[in-house]
Design a protein around this ligand. Sequence first.
Ligand code: NAD
Ligand code: WQD
Length: 337
Amino acid sequence: MNILLTGGAGYIGSHAAVVLTEAGHQVVILDNFCNSQLSVLERLAKILGKPVPFVEGDTRDTELVRKILKNYKIDAVMHFAGLKAVGQSVQKPIDYFDNNVAGTISLLQAMRANNIKMLVFSSSATVYGAPQYLPLDENHPTQAINPYGRSKLHIEEILSDIEASDSNWHIACLRYFNPVGAHESGIIGENPNDTPNNLMPYIAQVALGRLPYLNVYGNDYDTLDGTGVRDFIHVMDLAEGHLAALSFINQKSGLNIFNLGTGKGSSVLEMVKAFEGVSGKSIPLRVTNRRTGDVAACYARVDKSSTDLSWKATRTIQEMCSSTLNFQKNYKCNNLS
Ligand code: NAD
Ligand code: WQD
């Protein structure tokens, strides 16, 4: 298939570009590079042995998207483009609703104009809000607790109304849990900010001696060791989940919602131990107050994705840690930015 990847130069989209291309699909990337670098395209070409077609532009430019869909004879769209920093979304809600919600509406208008009705959307486990029970299945009530989460929920609601209005749409809504890790080449991965907000990139910076210690946000949760528990999933497993979702919706219409996680929760301290194991470095810790908005534990029930998509995450926590470390080492040393 010819597949448009909006936000395909970003962390998850770039890994999906590798998996989809290696599976024989032709991908085209549309990205405005607001949170990625042009050099990702060279790195993708290095991994794949051929250039990846791309257009620099914005999903909100409906006319541009319409032209891309037509010129590249696109069959399906994977919609990764969006802003994703929870804290920033609280400060700048208008930007988040504009980029995420208006960007999606613009894309959907362009798709409708070209009669393209196959879409894989990057949603998030954040739409579940505070878990009422665990593991979280796809029928768990949704309740977003910040503007970022609300933008994802609004988009899910829009997609639900669209499929109700026209049975020709084939949509997969993928609710990612905590994507981590990097491609084995070590040349694409999560682009680290100066000081990361997320656990895994932060631990890697400490392991590499670039930050002095890890702040552990609370050790008095009702979990096995008192620290937060999350469902960390290797980004390559996640990317393979997209391939599986695409073949599923190729056969099935409607709105199909899937959790993409491993089904297993790991605590902050377990991740620290795993990192120490693969890096051979000890990670100094300071236990601090709980972070506002955090929940004690969050992990997926994955029965639906495993049955319907015939897909399962297989990579271990050690692989998540070693690939993260490998990428972060390369990123600084070889000036990948
Ligand atoms: P990312 O920031 O690395 O990638 C997003 C890409 O989209 C970037 O390359 C950015 O430049 C581009 N982009 C943003 N707005 C755009 C626009 N209007 N037009 C064109 N390009 C635009 O993020 P990611 O981690 O790869 O996440 C991809 C998607 O998955 C996002 O929608 C995110 O909300 C969702 N998601 C991510 C996580 C996570 O933890 N990484 C978890 C759940 C869901
Ligand atoms: C994991 C655990 C922290 C950093 C976020 C978004 C979510 C989704 C994925 C997009 C928690 C603890 C963290 C640190 C710590 N993104 N922690 N010290 O919060 O589960 O999810 O990313 O959809 O929407 O909210 O991930 O990696 O930030 O935190 O102790 O320096 O690590 O308290 O228990 P989170 P995270």
